[in-house]
Design a protein around this ligand. Structure first.
Ligand SMILES: [Fe+2]
Length: 300
């Protein structure tokens, strides 16, 4: 940017691309390097960024934060301030038409995770709820057709839902699944959407007793028949629906990744319990509870 004396950045890509652009834009006007701006208020408005997402998961085109991996700690860190929000999001489903089915699936489930976590987290509001629950419905109704058939309407609905989910979690928060995904993603460099997809069902089952009513509403939005069921019964059927969806979309299992070593789980469980989103999970999980989730999912 300095070399060409640019005053606007256009980011065309997935979450990493857009977050990199938001970080560069922040450094341009605030100085220093990315690590100077983790978890602190920005001094100045970031340079203008126009975001053009080419996946259907991140929502970064409409959020106030940029997630950057700190290669020293192997943890992901956040620049979080409304001053780094993009000035314009150009969201075009045409751009995901040639995306491999596996990428539509995993980034689509990332968006579903954003929507569910925004809805159930302890800082949800009526406004974020309205956006989040509609995003849940749109993703579950369309994700299979979008990934496997590249149906135009389905791709458009998933792309729209991804952006809506970004609006929802950007103004509420994410929760336990993202605590895990960001720790695994920083440590092993495995794709964010894949990690979320692997853990979404198990973390939902763990967290459900913290707010059964909301998880029952999520189940209903996913098209689960909940008539006559208690909130807990409905919520558990919702968890089953997530498992079925991930199977149908052929989400890989955790133990198929060569890089993953269960010896690291203790460290990753501690990091997940210390993640900033953990306190907003319906049940704030301990290190031991995260460890139990990792072991269960790894041995599935
Ligand atoms: Fe995410």
């Amino acid at each position: 940017m300095k070399e060409v004396n640019a005053d606007v950045l256009v980011a065309v890509g997935g979450g990493s691309t857009m977050d990199t652009a938001k970080t560069i834009a922040t450094i341009m006007t605030n100085g220093g390097c990315s690590r100077d701006w983790f978890d602190v208020k920005l001094d100045a408005q970031s340079a203008p960024v126009i975001c053009v997402p080419t996946t259907c998961g991140t929502g970064s085109e409409v959020t106030f934060n940029a997630v950057i991996t700190n290669s020293d700690t192997r943890l992901k860190a956040n620049i979080f301030d409304p001053k780094c929000a993009p000035v314009l999001a150009l969201v075009d489903p045409e751009l995901i038409k040639k995306l491999p089915a596996s990428m539509v699936s995993s980034t689509g489930i990332d968006a579903l995770t954003h929507a569910i976590e925004a809805y159930v987290c302890t800082v949800a509001t009526p406004i974020t709820d309205a956006i989040a629950i509609k995003a849940v419905k749109l993703i579950v109704e369309n994700i299979v057709k979008a990934a496997k058939k590249k149906d135009d309407t389905a791709l458009s609905n998933v792309m729209l839902a991804s952006m809506m989910a970004g609006m929802a979690f950007g103004n509420a928060d994410t929760a336990g699944v993202h605590c895990i995904a960001e720790c695994f993603g920083g440590f092993y460099d495995i794709p964010h959407g894949v990690t979320n997809s692997i853990f979404l069902a198990e973390v939902s089952e763990f967290s459900m007793p913290g707010n059964p009513k909301k998880y029952a509403e999520v189940a209903e939005a996913m098209g689960v028949e909940i008539k006559g069921l208690s909130d807990k019964e409905a919520a558990l059927k919702g968890v089953e629906k997530i498992r079925e969806l991930c199977d149908e979309l052929e989400i890989p299992k955790l133990n198929t990744f060569d890089a993953i070593d269960p010896e690291d789980f203790e460290h990753l469980a501690e990091a997940s319990s210390l993640h900033c989103c953990n306190e907003h999970n319906p049940i704030e999980a301990t290190k031991e509870q995260y460890l139990a989730i990792f072991e269960k999912v790894y041995n599935e």
